[in-house]
Every structure is written in structure tokens, then in C-alpha cells.
Design a protein around this ligand. Structure first.
Ligand SMILES: CC(C)(COP(=O)(O)OP(=O)(O)OC[C@H]1O[C@@H](n2cnc3c(N)ncnc32)[C@H](O)[C@@H]1OP(=O)(O)O)[C@@H](O)C(=O)NCCC(=O)NCCS
Length: 174
């Protein structure tokens, strides 16, 4: 199935709107989503069928963050979504596994990072993600720092895992 890998800003407005609606339907009711301002994605990966129907997508925030004070280039995964009627057919898995190599080259990330609800951890474990105990911080436009009280998972390009004690996203969360 065709996969589109594209800068979020270059997505047609209608596609941005479709992704926004799907995202709002999934996460719009979550209190923390309503409470904070969130990063605009830098990149999007979309899986379509041969007729052009959207089967799954996700967004990436590409950012230099810090792990224990040291700069690290991250691919921040957010909004992995398969439209409800299409779930359970392997579309999200297919999209993630096919596109992850792009995170390291050409997008230049050293690791992937996602913030994850408890019930989704087994899903990402199966896809090669690992949990870290790190304290995760982000900031808001008013400059205030906040701690993100959620599970943090990393994906690394090799079998070598990293386990920082503190991660600072240095900006809006994703
Ligand atoms: C999570 C989501 C993207 C999965 O999409 P999908 O296309 O149905 O997933 P896949 O069919 O690719 O599933 C791949 C594997 O994960 C398993 N899986 C799916 N959802 C799971 C869950 N909640 N917990 C554990 N495993 C799960 C599948 O059984 C499948 O296993 P297999 O490879 O052994 O057969 C989809 O359910 C969704 O859009 N959910 C709402 C949004 C969301 O919560 N996104 C993730 C937040 S970051």
C-alpha cells in the first residue's frame, strides 16, 4: 500500500483537517489534552489503500531535547491513528515498521519518544519500544515548566537502550 512521508506544513489543508478531526475524536476529551498547548507536528506518515483511502497515519515532532542535560535529536511520535472501522488489520503496525528507518536517516533522529497510556504499552513493546523511568519535562508559551506524569517510551535504532533519569522536551509537549 502506498505510504506518504511528508512535512506536515506541506500537507494539503483538507488532509490536515481530516487528520485533525480524527485526532480530536480520539484525544479531544482527554483532560491533559485540553489543559495544555501542544506542539504542531513537523512530519506526517500516511498509509493509503490503492483507491486513496486513508488507512492509518501518525505525526512526528522533530526536536533537539536534552537527556540528563545533553542534547539529543528526537523523533517525537504522536497521534498514531487507524480510523475506527479499519482497526485490527495491521495497518498501524505496517506503517510504523515501514517508516521508522526514515527517522534515523534522512530525518536525523537519534531516538524516538512517545508518551503513552498504560493500556497502550503492550502495543508499543511489541513494536520494539521500551519504557524508561525518566522524569519528563515540557514547557508552555508562558515559560512555565511542567512535569509530564505519564509513561515514557523510547525507540532506538540499535539494540542498545538508553535510560536517562531526566528528559527535557524544551518546549511544547506532543
Ligand atoms: C492503536 C491503534 C493505532 C492500532 O491500530 P491498528 O491498525 O488497529 O493496529 P494493528 O492492527 O497494526 O496492530 C498491530 C498489533 O498490535 C496489537 N494491538 C492493537 N491494539 C492493541 C492494544 N491496545 N494493546 C495491545 N496490543 C494491541 C494487534 O493485535 C496487533 O498484534 P499482532 O501484530 O500480534 O497481530 C488504533 O487502535 C487506534 O487508532 N487507536 C486510537 C488512537 C490511539 O490510542 N493511538 C495510540 C496512542 S499513541
Amino acid at each position: 500500500m502506498p505510504i506518504t512521508s511528508i512535512a506536515y506544513a506541506e500537507l494539503p489543508a483538507a488532509t490536515q483537517s481530516t487528520l485533525g478531526q480524527l485526532t480530536h475524536a480520539e484525544f479531544g476529551h482527554v483532560p491533559i489534552v485540553q489543559q495544555y498547548q501542544w506542539a504542531t507536528p513537523d512530519w506526517s506518515m500516511l498509509l493509503h489503500d490503492d483507491q486513496g483511502q486513508l488507512m492509518a497515519f501518525y505525526n512526528l515532532v522533530l526536536r533537539t531535547v536534552t537527556f540528563d542535560g545533553h542534547p539529543v535529536q528526537l523523533a517525537g511520535l504522536n497521534n498514531v491513528i487507524t480510523p475506527p472501522a479499519l482497526r485490527g488489520h495491521g495497518y498501524a503496525k505496517q506503517l510504523l515498521l515501514a517508516t521508522e528507518p526514515q527517522w534515523w536517516e534522512p530525518l536525523g533522529a537519534q531516538h524516538g519518544l512517545l508518551v503513552c497510556a498504560d493500556h497502550m504499552m503492550p502495543y508499543y513493546r511489541k513494536l520494539g519500544w521500551y519504557p524508561v523511568e525518566a522524569a519528563l519535562y515540557f514547557s508552555q508559551p508562558d515559560g512555565q515548566h511542567h512535569r509530564f506524569e505519564s509513561n515514557v517510551m523510547l525507540r532506538s535504532p540499535s539494540a542498545l537502550q538508553v535510560h536517562p533519569a531526566e528528559i527535557d522536551l524544551g518546549g511544547l509537549p506532543w
